[in-house]
Write a protein that binds this ligand. Structure first.
Ligand SMILES: *[C@@H]1O[C@H](CO)[C@@H](O)[C@H](O)[C@H]1NC(C)=O
Ligand SMILES: *[C@@H]1O[C@H](CO)[C@@H](O)[C@H](O)[C@H]1NC(C)=O
Ligand SMILES: *[C@@H]1O[C@H](CO)[C@@H](O)[C@H](O)[C@H]1NC(C)=O
Ligand SMILES: *[C@@H]1O[C@H](CO)[C@@H](O)[C@H](O)[C@H]1NC(C)=O
Length: 338
């Protein structure tokens, strides 16, 4: 009886939080902080915020780029125009890398501030710029002076230094960090990859069908899901033994032979899990041999992370959910018919 009212109460609180968030998002809709593809940015350069300068007086913009040799993970750095071409540079492993696959940061006027950096203390509301390729550590946006020029780069908590791409990786102790101003908290950026956004969108379409609120992408769950996918892909088996789950609910997926793109893996896994809906019994208050489906649409789960990693020819997909679902005896409250 007590357990039941606690569950009901937390469902009510969750619904309340969702309403508040939805409202804030609507009123700030026109003020979204976002990453836009460089091709779109070129069409309207006036929406970009100058963040520094490069040699020969070129304006420096905040950007995040990817290279396939770095697992196509986003790494923040600097972009500038050279002649008529837009280039982006980022620092990694002591070197400078050039890429033309990048996005630029667009922020509404006065919604962000550069604050003085303090070593390994990451300021509250620091904007996430990507994931460090080698260890999946969260990377923030920083800027500092090299040769008297202000340039943007990446900040990792583990080093407490701002890595600026300029001939090599220049590691600065004196730097500033880009943070979202207080009112912008609910429109903050996440470090999510395209496949992670696809997976949460698919989940939320199905959740809507089952009359429950959407899941929110969570940076910590995304990082843990990537680490778990790496763990399973390296082992070549999905045995649910990942040590990085930290109490989250988990759905797993694997493909053995021809590595899919992360986007195809994430959407294939999500749709595959949902296909168990056909064997679910809504009156039985039990898992009905459809545990992937029930976790996906579990009403009390609110946050989500997704990881896809290929090692050799084996691809593992891992979705994490918090709070976890599939509690014995709680199916009637949490899995609703369409
Ligand atoms: C370009 O961006 C600015 C700033 O966001 C905006 O006011 C303007 O309407 C945009 N122009 C076009 C043609 O989209
Ligand atoms: C980092 O650079 C060193 C040499 O400078 C190289 O041996 C190593 O493989 C690089 N690591 C990564 C992850 O690229
Ligand atoms: C940087 O600027 C300072 C003050 O403006 C100046 O004294 C110094 O010579 C400059 N250094 C370089 C390398 O240009
Ligand atoms: C569904 O569960 C209810 C309650 O346990 C049971 O009476 C019913 O036979 C089940 N339906 C099917 C199709 O298994």
């Amino acid at each position: 009886m007590i357990l039941k009212s606690v569950v009901l109460l937390s469902a009510v609180i969750a619904a309340f939080i969702f309403l508040v968030e939805a409202k804030t998002l609507t009123t700030k809709e026109g003020q979204k902080i976002q990453w836009i593809p460089s091709g779109d940015a070129r069409k309207n350069m006036s929406q970009l915020i100058p963040a520094g300068e490069d040699t020969n007086g070129k304006i420096n913009y905040v950007a995040r780029g990817t290279l396939s040799r770095h697992d196509s993970r986003w790494v923040p750095g600097k972009a500038h125009m050279n002649g008529n071409v837009f280039y982006m540079y980022y620092a990694f492993n002591g070197s400078e890398f050039l890429t033309q696959t990048f996005e630029l940061l667009v922020v509404p006027l006065e919604s962000t501030t550069w604050v003085q950096g303090e070593g390994q203390t990451i300021p509250r509301l620091a904007i996430v710029g990507g994931l460090e390729p080698s260890n999946v550590e969260t990377s923030y946006i920083c800027r500092g002076k090299v040769d008297n020029l202000t340039m943007t780069g990446k900040l990792l908590k583990s080093s407490g230094k701002c890595g600026i791409p300029f001939h090599k990786e220049q590691r600065l102790d004196d730097y500033e960090v880009l943070v979202i101003n207080e009112f912008g908290e609910s429109i903050g950026l996440s470090n999510s990859e395209l496949y992670q956004r696809n997976a949460v969108d698919i989940h939320n379409e199905f959740r809507e069908t089952h009359h429950v609120g959407p899941l929110t992408l969570n940076d910590d769950l995304n990082n843990r899901a990537v680490l778990c996918a790496e763990y399973y892909a390296t082992k070549g088996t999905i045995d649910h033994r990942c040590p990085y789950k930290n109490g989250a609910g988990e759905n797993l997926w694997a493909s053995c032979c021809s590595p899919p793109t992360p986007e195809n893996a994430a959407s294939g896994a999500s749709r595959g899990w949902y296909s168990e809906v056909s064997r679910y019994n809504y009156t039985c208050n039990c898992m009905s041999n459809a545990g992937h489906f029930t976790q996906m649409v579990w009403k009390n789960s609110r946050e989500f992370g997704m990881g896809v990693v290929t090692v050799g020819r084996y691809t593992a997909g891992c979705a994490l959910y918090y709070p976890p679902g599939n509690y014995v005896g709680d199916y009637l409250n949490n899995v609703l018919p369409p």
